[in-house]
Write a protein that binds this ligand. Structure first.
Ligand SMILES: Cc1cc2nc3c(=O)[nH]c(=O)nc-3n(C[C@H](O)[C@H](O)[C@H](O)COP(=O)(O)OP(=O)(O)OC[C@H]3O[C@@H](n4cnc5c(N)ncnc54)[C@H](O)[C@@H]3O)c2cc1C
Length: 414
């Protein structure tokens, strides 16, 4: 085991000492804080965002598709019970080529939840419910010292400095601080990044006909569009990836203009549509940290890997990181090892980095293969989708993968 000094608390500049500092209170940070605190670690979670107002936020149009495995983790950390009634099960997935004004291609890859034993392949959950549930569960956990509206401004091996000037020592600092992770930068971890030159236009729509729990992935020449079922049957979340300049022009339109641009892409299979939430734009890029760990530092979620949203896997991957890191640290602690030692953290990296890289590159390849209008490629991929659809063994493997049920499963996800 490497001998890494932890600064001693006798130093008068050090006011606080804890087992683990988590930087970032998005979705992965709070999930990790709960998993670690419930396993017996003392945790400080520092998030730049101020504490939300007590009143529940209205629907803002942001929602996530959560795989079965992610639901299990949220259940294990006590969060799912707060949101179960608000999650819409995904019963079917349909994926295929599409063209503006032409609707979806007849060659469609379709999955049904009845093809696996575990039930719905996943759930759609609005950001406001998930975030509020994580916060309320953290408020009940005495081992979590929650610092909202506070930033980590500096960091060394085994310590961080907060914006307030306070210096906190810890055995481990975990970066859950998103794609522009300062935790990674300050630890000297570089990133591989490339720009997709696409922007995701995100919103929600009401529709006349019920969605029946079906998630649609339509591959348009300028980028994929996901239509994902939300609670109540008549509302869906839209993640519409467009070539960057076109997206800028579309996002500048007023709501009527935006709907006029959306309709020929969305098609009329759900009847009339109307906007149901705010509109957001996310420039899309791939961002992979070269390493997920350094002495006394680990990266989790988007700070380690930011992927294309076409298969809705970003948060699901982050929650698998959470489960894997909890397993590695609990195991190390039981054996009396130093949880911040590089050889311990390396086990987490060995577990996660390969799977994440494969998934990130797979989505990248799919985006490249489908985001074009080359007639030869179009025919090839239509035939390919048709062929996959006809192979029950392969279909089952793909469904289990989409549900997060393949690969090495952390304890919290089992
Ligand atoms: C259009 C789109 C659609 C998506 N849809 C899905 C989906 O359907 N399913 C899915 O699984 N994933 C989806 N994702 C991915 C998912 O949104 C992300 O993977 C996830 O939100 C990342 O969460 P995080 O907690 O790692 O990081 P973030 O949400 O980026 O949180 C980082 C936090 O760190 C804080 N922070 C940063 N720096 C500091 C600092 N120095 N000190 C203190 N705090 C700091 C910030 O305030 C922030 O709260 C989608 C992404 C996009 C763009």
């Amino acid at each position: 085991m490497m001998d890494i000094p932890i600064p001693q608390p006798e130093d008068p500049a050090m006011k606080q000492m804890t087992d683990i500092v988590i930087v970032g209170g998005g979705l992965n940070g709070p999930s990790l804080a709960l998993g670690l605190a419930q396993a017996g670690f003392d945790v400080m979670l520092v998030d730049a965002r101020p504490a939300p107002a007590r009143a529940e936020r209205g629907f803002d149009g942001r929602a996530y598709s959560l795989a079965i495995a992610s639901r299990r983790l949220l259940q294990a950390i006590g969060v799912w019970r707060h949101v179960a009634e608000r999650a819409e099960p995904i019963l079917r997935i349909r994926a295929g080529d599409g063209r503006v004004g032409h609707g979806a291609s007849p060659f469609v890859l379709g999955f049904d939840h009845a093809e696996i034993e575990e039930g719905p392949m996943g759930f759609m959950l609005e950001d406001r419910f998930l975030y509020a549930a994580l916060r309320s569960e953290m408020a009940n956990e005495p081992r979590i010292d929650l610092r909202s509206g506070e930033t980590v401004t500096d960091q060394g091996t085994g310590w961080v400095r907060l914006g307030s000037g306070e210096r906190v020592t810890a055995r481990l600092v975990v970066g859950c601080d998103g794609r522009s992770s300062e935790t990674a930068r300050l630890a000297g971890i570089r990133r591989n990044e490339w720009d997709y030159r696409q922007t995701a236009l995100v919103t929600a729509v009401h529709h006349e006909r019920p969605h029946g729990g079906t998630a649609h992935q339509v591959f348009m020449p300028s980028g994929p569009m996901a239509i994902l079922p939300l609670l109540g049957g008549h509302m869906s979340s839209i993640v519409w990836s467009e070539e960057r300049n076109a997206a800028t022009a579309i996002s500048a339109l007023d709501n009527d203009g935006f709907l006029a641009a959306l309709r020929p892409r969305f098609g009329d299979f759900l009847g009339e549509i109307a906007l149901a939430g705010d509109r957001f734009t996310y420039p899309l890029s791939l961002s992979l940290a070269e390493r997920f760990v350094a002495p006394r530092v680990a990266l989790v979620g988007d700070s380690a890997h930011g992927v294309h949203p076409l298969a809705g896997q970003g948060l699901n991957l982050g929650l698998r990181d959470v489960g894997a890191l909890v397993d590695v640290l609990v195991d190390a602690s039981r054996r009396g090892e130093d949880i911040g030692a590089l050889d311990v953290l390396q086990r987490y990296q060995d577990w996660r980095r390969g799977e994440v890289t494969t998934m990130a590159l797979g989505m990248d390849a799919m985006n490249r293969l489908f985001s074009n209008d080359n007639p030869v490629l179009r025919l090839g991929r239509d035939l390919g989708l048709g062929a996959v659809n006809a192979l029950p063994g392969l279909r089952r493997r793909l469904i289990r993968q989409a549900a997060g049920l393949s690969g090495r499963m952390p304890t919290l996800l089992r």
